[in-house]
Design a protein around this ligand. Structure first.
Ligand code: UDP
Length: 325
């Protein structure tokens, strides 16, 4: 009988890729998702329970039924700009949601907890790349809600009887190389799906801010393939951490690309020019976020990003666009 892994947010972008890899590695992923942002057709690798992360009764019932040893917690709201407009909602779903889930893990004898954190916990870092000792001073409620969750995990791990792995993802992007799963294009706020849509459909694209203190004035991010992100979770499962301990990793490639460089990559891959516009800076955006200390995940988990080429990442996004349209 394969080991059950309880995946909150398993119908979403990163969660579904993780479920696919879990199944491929002999685990049984059980998705717990309220379907606010997930897709039913992405839940194809194991059972599904429809439920909200804030619904304690539903969580109890699901954990009671499936008795997982490991919980992977993706369910969260993830839009930086939205978090500046709806902070209460973000603190509720992301911070309270994590705290409630920790409590349930304690009640149901869960042993390992893998948490989706974010580079946004670093805020506007004083130097680049950001290492694990860079101070964590978020600049938006999204980043704070994730940092609070990390704090809860540090403080509660021993009492809850869980070993904790925290992954601070940089910019997850790309799509399943087999084009079974992928990013959302419609209503997307993230850079790569927006660029692909703009290039494919001739709709305009706006760069948010060209006056940042970066090489070309646009924001720089570390774009990490969603497949690599998902793979980090398998690596963590394969080398569990002691109960009461918390380990934290930056999950990135260790190289940054500016918005303009990503735009050029999309134009190269799709072979069409994007109708470029310029807009003001977006609220809550840091100028540059590049992962440092990526060797930690290599030495402790044996994990390393496989897709280090931005064109390869964009190519998988484009393949997914073609599969969907
Ligand atoms: N961006 C942009 N235009 C867009 C969407 C995003 O210029 O239509 C920029 C955004 O300001 C940021 C970068 O692209 O500097 C990455 O944004 P994304 O939302 O993909 O990820 P984030 O870093 O905010 O999590």
């Amino acid at each position: 009988m394969s080991e059950t892994v309880f995946v909150t947010g398993g119908a979403g972008y990163i969660g579904s890729h993780c479920c696919k890899l879990l199944a491929a590695n002999g685990y049984r992923p059980v998705t717990y998702d309220n379907m606010s942002n997930g897709r039913p057709d992405f839940v194809r690798y194991g059972p599904m329970v429809e439920g909200d992360i804030l619904d304690g009764f539903r969580l109890d019932a699901a954990l009671q039924e499936y008795r997982p040893k490991t919980v992977v917690h993706f369910a969260a709201l993830i839009e930086v700009e939205e978090s500046t407009r709806e902070p209460t909602l973000y603190y509720d779903v992301n911070a309270s949601g994590t705290l409630g889930l920790i409590e349930k893990c304690k009640e149901h004898g869960v042993e390992q907890f893998i948490f989706s954190s974010t580079a946004a916990v670093y805020g506007e870092p004083p130097s680049s790349p950001v290492t694990l000792s860079t101070p964590t001073v978020p600049i938006n409620p999204y980043g704070w809600s994730k940092l609070m969750s990390e704090r809860f995990l540090h403080d509660c791990a021993a009492d809850a009887g869980i070993g904790v792995t925290i992954f601070r993802y940089f910019n997850a992007c790309g799509s399943d190389p087999d084009t079974e799963l992928g990013m959302r294009f419609e209503g997307a706020s993230h850079l790569i799906p927006r660029l692909i849509t703009a290039a494919a459909e001739g709709t305009g694209f706006s760069i948010f801010g060209t006056d940042y203190d970066t090489s070309d004035g646009t924001c720089v991010r570390d774009y990490i393939h969603v497949w690599d992100v998902a793979n980090a979770h398998i690596a963590a499962l394969n080398s569990p951490v002691e109960v009461g301990c918390v380990r934290t990793f930056n999950i990135g490639v260790g190289r940054g690309f500016s918005v303009r460089e990503v735009l050029e990559s999309v134009e190269r891959i799709i072979g069409s020019k994007i109708d470029l516009k310029f807009a003001d800076r977006r609220a809550g955006d840091a100028s540059e976020l590049i992962a440092g200390d990526i060797d930690e995940a290599a030495s402790e988990l044996g994990w390393k990003a496989k897709y280090t080429n931005i064109d390869a990442i964009v190519r998988h996004g484009w393949d997914w666009y073609l599969a969907e349209h």
